[in-house]
Design a protein around this ligand. Structure first.
Ligand SMILES: Cc1cc2nc3c(=O)[nH]c(=O)nc-3n(C[C@H](O)[C@H](O)[C@H](O)COP(=O)(O)OP(=O)(O)OC[C@H]3O[C@@H](n4cnc5c(N)ncnc54)[C@H](O)[C@@H]3O)c2cc1C
Length: 410
């Protein structure tokens, strides 16, 4: 196969994983990223099931292993910070809510970017503006860089994907909001986590959490609330005011977090949504990871999907003999069942995570308490097994041959 010109939008998890695999096949890869550099830190994600297998096949299991966070498990606390229930990291064979392989999103991105060959070009501070698809190429325009033609465009640019909008149309057709406003950021707080991911669910669908980070003094915090009107994604002041209003009477570390959120170094906010698409490929354009099938953080499977998606996309292209559209059709077919299963919310869904009434809070407490007992244990066993819900094809490794030019299947 002739080496292809491939543009990847997004440099987080799916993008760099795809870039690494495609560059190893000998393709000319460019990555366009809206941020000005690789984004450091970020939320805690986990490597589980097939996602862990992909890291091993990439030869990066040890590099990721060296950056894992030491976490002891998840525990719920009441408004006074008193522990109510706990699920240690060893539960469910190390694949529970907090797994044995927790890592900061930015550290995982760095693990994937560090081995990239220097031939991979990065366009920082930029974004795809338009995509014009032809039989033998895609013409791309950017906000800053000059236009160029590519053999394949990969949208790995997350929930708000620019590639998805340009190639598949209006977001409203593909986003399924789950009604949870979710803020996450890094903060210093006066509360001892002792290695535990602590979570407090208050009446009214409000959830406060704090989990250990790289150092003992900083925590990865989140404030989530259900049932309030959406706030503009670019308007931080409105987000902060909404959270101050909604969490004003919530206990535990909520007052500290409200106090620190405005000065957080890495404030992030989203109206959580699933991405649901019948097809996440078209001709010479493919979506990978959250851009094509975001399951929401509630599933704990977004990273697995992103890594597996990148692996399958590159694998199908590697054995396609230059038939780009055929490779993308293969990618869609292999991923579809896995996306359908892993994309489902866990038992209880949003209401289980952020209960509203007094009775619902009590039920949620019971659910956490019984996670490792009947009736929750079998439900959660099935939930965590989803990470292994794909028979990963063993694609040939190594460079493509310099034979036939890229072509679209008629
Ligand atoms: C608070 C929180 C907790 C989570 N916890 C877990 C967990 O425990 N386990 C788990 O598996 N998953 C978890 N997730 C989900 C996980 O982070 C995502 O599923 C995963 O990061 C998806 O990777 P991605 O590369 O597809 O997209 P993203 O990580 O969203 O990356 C998209 C990249 O594209 C860039 N970008 C965006 N728009 C553009 C544009 N227009 N042009 C160019 N670049 C652009 C972004 O800057 C970013 O670098 C969590 C998510 C959140 C928010």
């Amino acid at each position: 196969m002739k080496p292809l010109d491939i543009l990847i939008s997004g440099a987080s998890i799916a993008g760099p994983a795809a870039a690494l695999l495609l560059a190893r096949q000998g393709h000319r890869v460019t990555v366009v990223e809206r941020a000005s550099a690789l984004r450091d830190g970020g939320q805690t994600v986990d490597l589980r099931g097939a996602g862990r297998t992909v890291m091993t096949r990439l030869g990066l299991a040890d590099a990721a292993g060296a950056r894992l966070l030491q976490q002891r498990g998840i525990a719920t606390v009441d408004a006074d910070g008193k522990r109510r229930s706990a699920l240690p990291v060893e539960a469910f064979g190390g694949n529970g809510i907090v797994s044995t392989h927790e890592i900061l999103r930015g550290d995982l991105a760095a693990v994937l970017v560090e081995p990239l060959p220097t031939t991979v070009e990065f366009l920082w501070n930029d974004t795809v503006v338009s995509l014009d698809e032809h039989r033998d190429r895609v013409d791309v325009t950017f906000e800053n860089a000059p236009p160029r033609s590519c053999d394949l465009v990969v949208g790995a640019d997350g929930l708000g994907s620019a590639v998805r909008r340009a190639a598949f149309g209006d977001d409203a057709a593909h986003l399924r909001p789950i009604g949870l406003r979710y803020a996450w950021f890094t903060a210093q707080i006066d509360a001892e986590l002792d290695g535990w991911y602590l979570l407090h669910a208050a009446r009214g669908g409000r959830v406060v959490s704090a989990r250990p980070s790289r150092t003992g003094t900083e925590v990865k915090a989140s404030l989530a609330v259900r049932g309030v009107d959406p706030v503009p994604l670019v308007d931080r002041e409105s987000q902060w005011r909404m959270l101050e209003r909604e969490f004003a009477d919530v206990g535990w570390v909520a007052p500290q977090l409200l106090d620190r959120m405005r000065t957080a170094p890495d404030w992030a906010y989203a109206d959580l949504a699933q991405v649901r698409m019948e097809r996440f490929v078209t001709g010479r354009i493919a979506l990978v990871g959250d851009a094509g099938y975001c399951p929401t953080p509630l599933t704990g499977l977004g990273t697995t999907l992103a890594l597996v998606g990148a692996y399958v996309l590159a694998g199908e292209l590697g054995r396609s003999d230059g038939d780009v559209a055929g490779a993308l059709a293969g990618y869609q077919e292999v991923m579809r069942p896995f996306v359908a299963t892993a994309g489902q919310l866990p038992p209880g869904g949003v209401a289980g995570y952020a209960p509203r009434s007094r009775a619902a809070v009590a039920l949620s407490r019971f659910s956490y308490w019984s996670m490792n007992r009947w009736p929750m244990r079998p439900l959660l066993t099935a939930q965590f097994a989803k990470a292994d819900g794909i028979d990963l094809p063993a694609y040939p490794a190594g460079p493509v041959s310099a034979a036939a030019p890229g072509r679209v299947r008629e």
